[in-house]
Each structure stands twice: as C-alpha cells, then as structure tokens.
Design a protein around this ligand. Structure first.
Ligand code: FEO
Ligand code: CA
Ligand code: CA
Ligand code: CA
Length: 674
C-alpha cells in the first residue's frame, strides 16, 4: 500500500504535523530585528553566531544592556540537584523526587470504561483518554491539592500504533493503513477522530502519595466529532456557513489541540494548532482566507478522513472542495470553522464547547491570561506556531468583575499583533476595522473578515515575523510576559549544521517583555531571556554560554509557578533529536529557570523520541503533572514493519509506546522545584 503525498513538508526540523511556511509577506523577521539590535549595542558584527561569541567574550551582562529592567531580589530558589542529559528510554527526575505514570493513551475514563487494547474500536476510544497528550490544567475541587479535574489536550494520533491492520506495514509516524483504492476503514477513522480532542478526568491522591483516576460523572471526552458553538464576530457570518450549520453558528470537533489556557473564571481553553493539513480541497482557486493557512489544491488530507468508506457527513466534511451550488450545500467553508481557541467548562459535563473567534484564527499554540484585575480589561496572549508567524494579544472591551465574569468577555474587544522594534521597544498593532489600513479598499470588509483572515491582517499592519512562537507565560509578580520561539530553519535548511547553527536558528530562544503601564497597554519593552543552544552557541541572561546543567534546544512548553520559577520544556523534532546539531541535548527535557539571575537547571529528561509538553501544578505546588508526547515517533517505517519500536515507554518490554501524563512529587513532600 502506498502512502499519498502528505500535505506537509520534508523539513527535518518541523515535527510531525507541524506545517510548512505560508507567510509570503515582506514583514520583518525577528532574527533581523534581533541582529540589528545586537549590532546597535556593539555585541556583534556579522552573523548571529558571531554575535553570540562576542556576547560571551564580554563581561557585560545582557540584562544590563536593556533599559528599564529593575532588579527584584534574587528570585525563587532552584533547590534541586540538576540531572544530566539522557538518551535512555525512561523519565529521570532529580534525587529526592518521584515520578508516576498516569492516564496513558487509552486509559478508560468514562462510559463503559473499556480496557485499553491495541486494536480497540472507535467507540471504545471515545471512552478512553486520547493520544498525544499536550496542554493541561489541574482544576482543584474545593481548593484541594489532592482531588481535582485534570483537563488535557490530545494533539494528534499515530495511526500505525492504533490499528491491527497497520502491523507489518512500512509506516512512518504520519502513515496510516488504507485500501488499494485509497479509501479508509471507517472504524479506523473513528478511532483516530476520537483519539483527538480533550480529556476531562477526575483524579485523586491517596494516602500513599499515588494518584489515580476516579470514576466520576464529570469525566468526559471531547473529540474531533463533538458539536461546538461558534461565538464572537465570525459566528453567523457567511465565512462559516456549511451544510451542517447553514446559519454559521455551529461546527463539529476540535483537533490538533496543542497548548491550552485557563481563564480567570476557571474554564479551560484548548488551542487549535495545525488543523489545516486535515483538509483536502480540489478547487483550483483558493481564497487567501484558506491559502494563507496552508490549505492548498490537493486531493489528500493528513489522514484522509474524508475517504472513509460509507461517506458519512462527519467524514466527508474534511473535503473542503466546492461540490455544491452554494456554501450551504458542501464543506468549502469547513476550514474556516477551525483555527480558534475553544472554551470548555470542565465542571459542566453537558456544556457545549465554544470557539471564541475574537481571539483570532491561526495556528494557536495556546493562550495565556494575565492575572485578572477587578475593573480592568481581561488580557490574554497567543502565539501562532509556524515559521515567520506572529504573537497576538487580546484586550476585552468590558472590564473584569470576578462575580460576573464569563466567556462572553472574550467576544468583544480588540485583537492586537506585536511589532518588535530594534531599540527594545514594541508596539501592539490593532487588528480592527479602519485601524492600521484594515479597510474594505485594502480587502478587509469588516471585523469578521479581519478575524477569519487574521494572518493576512497581521501581514498588512506590519507585524514582526517570529521564529515559531510556542507557549507564553506571565510572571505573577512583575507582569513580564515570556514567549518561547522554538526554532526557524528557513535561512536554508541545508545550513543546519554545527558551523552555522544560528543562520538557520535550529535552537530557538525565549523573549520576554513588560507592558508600558497596565497589561492592556499598546507599547512594551522587550529583551531576550535566553538564546538556547549548545555550549558554543548559546547565551543566558548573564551573557554566558549555557553550561552542562542548562543545555537546551527548541524551547516550547512554558510555565511560571506561583514562586516565579520559569519552567521550560523542549521539543526538538523527533526526526532530529539526538542527531546532528541536536546531539548534545539528549532526549527532550524540562528545566527550571530563575527569572532574575537567568540561572537554568535541568529538572527532568524524557524517554526516546518524545517531547515534554504540558504542565500543571496543584495549588500547594507539591504535585506537578507533565506530559510525555509521542514516545517512539522516531521509529522508522522499516523498523515499524519489523515490529522494532525505538521506545516501549511507559509499559516496557515489547509494548507499543504510548503518550502519558507523568506525576512528579517529592519524597519529603515539599514544593516542586524549591
Ligand atoms: Fe503543537 Fe507548536 O507545538
Ligand atoms: Ca510537536
Ligand atoms: Ca508545542
Ligand atoms: Ca513544538
């Protein structure tokens, strides 16, 4: 059986499911801004690699080269002994810490609680945790740190590990079984769709410290099939009318849910990241509302769900071709119902998830809310994870009042996009009708049109092209906003070697900024927190190269705990990990940093082929949950055909690898990281 042309890329630095470049605007690229800025400060002449060397040669701390950064004490303690990098097929935590695997893919959590089996039905999968665990939050029940709802995203699936029919086939991590005529088995498709989405699962800690699933009425699966409301300016417009929802108010499912967020009113937000690849479309002309997101003329989708035998409506909607007389007669607009932040109330199992369109439509990595202030607008930030895409901020029109706040606050306000200036200042550019040239004459008819076409609007206003924005986090004490920029291979893929690593930015960096005034301000001051990389090509906040305890590449997951520890998770692509320039870093890992001194210490290393992503902390900070996603994804098609998997985590032996949550506690019961 041959594989169709995947709607993706052969770029080795893009992970499975990451999407190729689609920003062809001539806006400035963050690397150019950074280089210009460093040049101005005399840190370098020439390439960024030279810059880093020059920066390491000077004793001038980087932090002191940036204005307005007052010192706020010494920062939080990092009271653990750092661990070395690892290539082992296991999770390693510091001495005095314990780890426990929880809810691996396929764990029964609701309905009839069907036991996991490698060839479970599509129906069983809807009652079990999905695969590819990602963004996550612990919703304490009655303030408890021993009892709560763990809510987590399931970004995607690896079909070769899901279907008995895949056994013996030469399938890579994106491959899937299909019939000779290119059709697919509908129950396989159902299992894949139900392996996506979000899990809500009650968990409780017993006296011996172990955490377990509680069989509870709040447990729920949300999948790529669950009915969802559209809300905000795009809802009900022509852009989102489909055969399923002729009035454009509903859609089905959420997928490729990467990172997440939690609102000030205690609901969960799941991001829709690399959703575009799921769609086939055979129209020869594709509107920029879709082409700017990577939808191309092609008869295949990522998993060819539209080719499931039987032609059920919920499958064929992944073919966005204009087959009918109007948009109400087909699914040409179905892609316009994806690319949003989805709000879910985990405490109401009957609630319909809501896609909040005013937060913009793009490859949302996640969303991070600034601490809400009574009487002030709600402010949140979201990155668009693709090369040369942007960082956004939403400011609500109505003020926050704790007693009445709900998701409707996200339906009215202003979406902004960031411009980073060479002098360390930055501006938030409004994406609103009549602002910054967003007029009908320039092709932006109204607010709904701007939002459904967020990327083009951001191009138009002159936003700064970033190196793949991933997670954000807000320092609860200072309001500093941190964002990971994971890497950007664009400078020439074949320049990704040890001699010219920065030209292609294989390592990534973390930027942080402070708003000028309140969190809703339209200007900010930015600086780099760390340039990730190896010992020859990296720089910490103090201007030094990263040492053995701090080596990291491709920062992705990010979290700042209540004590201000900055937790950093890495995602070196499974196609590159432990290879070439990435050899020094070992398996993907998690580190903790001090936001004042910039000190970084390695806290956790994961098994083979995975990324560490997702982090949740109990209110007492004595339990941390993290996710291990796609262990063994680096298994080649040839090895898969032979039944040789590079990882057997977490079950060991000959087992297939499974994504899972890992629970971290301390033997002395104290706070994590302290
Ligand atoms: Fe799903 Fe940008 O990582
Ligand atoms: Ca990934
Ligand atoms: Ca990510
Ligand atoms: Ca990533």
């Amino acid at each position: 059986m041959t594989q169709p042309q995947q709607p993706g890329t052969t770029d080795p630095v893009l992970a499975a499911g990451d999407e190729p470049l689609s920003n062809n605007s001539d806006n400035r690229y963050f690397g150019d801004v950074l280089q210009a800025r460093l040049s101005r400060r005399g840190f370098l002449r020439g390439s960024l690699a030279t810059a880093v060397t020059a920066a390491m040669a000077t004793s001038l701390p980087l932090a002191s080269a940036f204005a307005g950064q007052s010192q706020r004490g010494t920062g939080p303690t990092l009271g653990f002994t750092p661990i070395p990098t690892s290539t082992a097929d296991t999770v390693v935590v510091p001495q005095g810490y314990r780890s426990q695997v929880l809810i691996p893919w396929g764990t029964p959590i609701t309905g009839n609680y069907p036991d996991f089996a490698p060839d479970n039905s599509g129906e069983a999968q809807a009652q079990q945790t999905g695969s590819h665990h990602d963004g996550m939050h612990f919703f304490a029940i009655d303030g408890s740190s021993q009892d709560g709802l763990l809510v987590l995203n399931h970004e995607y699936v690896e079909p070769r590990f899901m279907h008995a029919a895949a056994s013996g086939l030469a399938l890579d991590s994106e491959g899937f079984p299909q019939n000779e005529d290119g059709s697919r088995d509908p129950d396989q498709v159902l299992r894949e769709m139900n392996g996506h989405g979000v899990s809500i699962v009650r968990i409780r800690q017993s006296a011996n410290g172990q955490w377990d699933v509680v069989r509870d009425g709040l447990n729920r699966r949300i999948t790529a099939r669950t009915p969802m409301k559209l809300s905000g300016p795009v809802a009900g417009t022509e852009h989102v009318r489909t055969q399923y929802s002729p009035d454009g108010t509903m859609t089905r499912g959420t997928q490729n849910n990467c990172s997440s967020g939690v609102t000030p009113w205690n609901t969960y937000m799941a991001a829709e990241e690399n959703w575009a690849g799921y769609f086939a479309k055979q129209d020869t002309e594709i509107d920029r509302r879709q082409s700017r997101y990577g939808i191309e003329t092609r008869d295949s989708g990522r998993w060819n769900w539209h080719r499931a035998k039987g032609g059920d409506d919920e499958f064929i909607r992944f073919d966005a071709t204009s087959h009918g007389a109007s948009a109400r007669d087909d699914y040409r607009n179905e892609p316009n119902t994806f690319g949003y932040m989805v709000e879910i109330d985990p405490f109401d199992p009957d609630s319909t998830p809501v896609k909040r369109t005013h937060l913009g439509r793009f490859a949302h990595e996640g969303v991070i809310f600034a601490p809400a202030v009574e009487g002030k607008p709600v402010v949140c930030y979201s990155g668009d994870d693709s090369r040369f895409e942007y960082i956004y901020k939403f400011v609500s029109a109505r003020p926050y009042h704790a007693a009445t706040a709900d998701g409707s606050l996200l339906d009215e306000g202003t979406l902004y996009v960031a411009r980073f200036n060479d002098d360390g200042s930055g501006e938030w550019l409004a994406l609103a009708p009549g602002e910054n040239g967003l007029t009908p004459e320039n092709g932006f008819a109204d607010l709904a049109d701007i939002l459904v076409n967020t990327r083009s609007a951001a191009d138009h206003v002159g936003a700064t092209k970033m190196d793949r924005p991933e997670w954000g986090a807000v320092d609860p004490a200072t309001g500093h906003v941190y964002f990971t920029l994971t890497n950007n291979s664009k400078r020439e893929e074949d320049q990704l070697d040890a001699a010219n690593p920065r030209a292609a930015n294989g390592f990534g960096q973390i930027v942080r900024w402070q708003e000028d005034g309140g969190q809703e301000a339209e200007r900010f001051q930015w600086e780099l927190f760390v340039l990730a990389g190896d010992g020859n090509d990296s720089r910490d906040l103090a201007g030094n190269p990263l040492d053995e305890d701090a080596l990291l590449a491709c920062p992705d997951g990010l979290c700042i705990d209540a004590d201000r520890r900055v937790w950093i998770q890495t995602d070196i692509s499974d196609s590159s990990v432990n290879d070439g320039i990435y050899t020094p870093f070992g398996n993907n890992q998690m580190l903790a940093a001090n936001p004042e001194t910039g000190e970084i210490k390695r806290f956790l290393t994961g098994p083979i082929g995975q990324e560490i992503t997702g982090v949740a902390i109990t209110p007492d900070q004595r339990t941390m949950f993290i996710n291990v996603q796609h262990p063994g994804a680096n298994t080649s098609a040839e090895d898969f055909a032979q039944g040789q998997y590079l990882s057997h985590w977490p079950d060991g032996g000959d087992a297939i690898p499974r994504s899972a949550t890992v629970v971290i506690t301390r033997e002395d019961g104290d706070k994590i990281g302290a």
